[in-house]
Design a protein around this ligand. Structure first.
Ligand code: HEM
Length: 205
């Protein structure tokens, strides 16, 4: 096993810890509101609304830390996509996850100081952080201040469409979370990636 190296700066770990915790609050309160039932509320409706609003505002401000950190530090470079080789790279990585990993083959894109993510990880993080996060934050803020929302879009209520988009992207982010945590167990040991997000050091295979 080669030497461990520092890969997760402190600002990133703080952003991630706040983001992960607040996401769990948003998920629990969001699901509770979605499937609310006055006879048996998972979380009392008014409390779920309040906690969802507060956690949403914290996630939104926290997201600015991620954006500024990635703009101002070297961490942003890890998110630069190589669109020309993307398809081939994704296939190689998928093939490794489907077959190679069970045959104990070496990973096709080993992690080092200049490559923090494998292609599948990078693609998912870019879509999540630069695609889905802005949509969930903007639609969430719009629902908090509904007077900002256009009244009608093609005869449909603007508030309804905003809520629909917010719920659909929320569902997709919840799927991301499950897959993200599962793939995070595929480090050099099942817990090594979780430890990295605490101490900042990557443990190579
Ligand atoms: C219980 C919740 C979560 C756990 C246990 C968790 C776990 C981890 C672990 C172990 C890593 C390090 C491995 C890697 O670099 O891929 C990581 C990185 C990352 N996670 Fe999570 N995560 C959680 C929630 C989230 C959420 C909700 C998001 C975004 C919506 C997120 C986005 C990211 C990103 C973008 C990175 C890479 C950061 C970087 O190094 O630049 N995570 N996470």
């Amino acid at each position: 096993m080669s030497e461990r190296f520092y890969l997760y700066p402190i600002w990133l770990r703080l952003w991630h810890a706040i983001n992960a915790f607040m996401f769990l609050v948003l998920l629990a309160t969001g699901l509770s509101m979605q499937y609310s039932n006055p006879d048996w509320p998972l979380i009392r409706f008014d409390l779920a609304v309040q906690f969802h609003n507060i956690a949403g505002i914290i996630v939104s401000f926290n997201y600015l830390i991620f954006l500024m950190g990635n703009l101002a530090t070297a961490n942003g470079a890890y998110y630069k996509m190589n669109w020309k080789t993307l398809f081939d790279d994704l296939l190689k990585q998928l093939n490794y996850y489907l077959f190679g990993v069970f045959k104990k083959q070496p990973t096709p894109f080993p992690i080092n100081q200049s490559r923090k993510f494998n292609p599948l990880q990078k693609f998912t993080y870019v879509v999540t952080m630069y695609g889905m996060m802005p949509v969930i934050i903007i639609t969430g803020l719009a629902l908090l201040f509904p007077e900002m929302i256009i009244d009608k879009v093609f005869q449909s209520s603007g508030i309804f469409l905003t809520a629909l988009l917010h719920t659909v992207v929320g569902f997709m982010l919840s799927m991301f979370l499950v897959i993200h945590v599962y793939f995070s167990t595929m480090g050099s040991t099942p817990t090594s990636n979780f430890k990295s997000m605490v101490n900042g050091f990557h443990e190579p295979h």
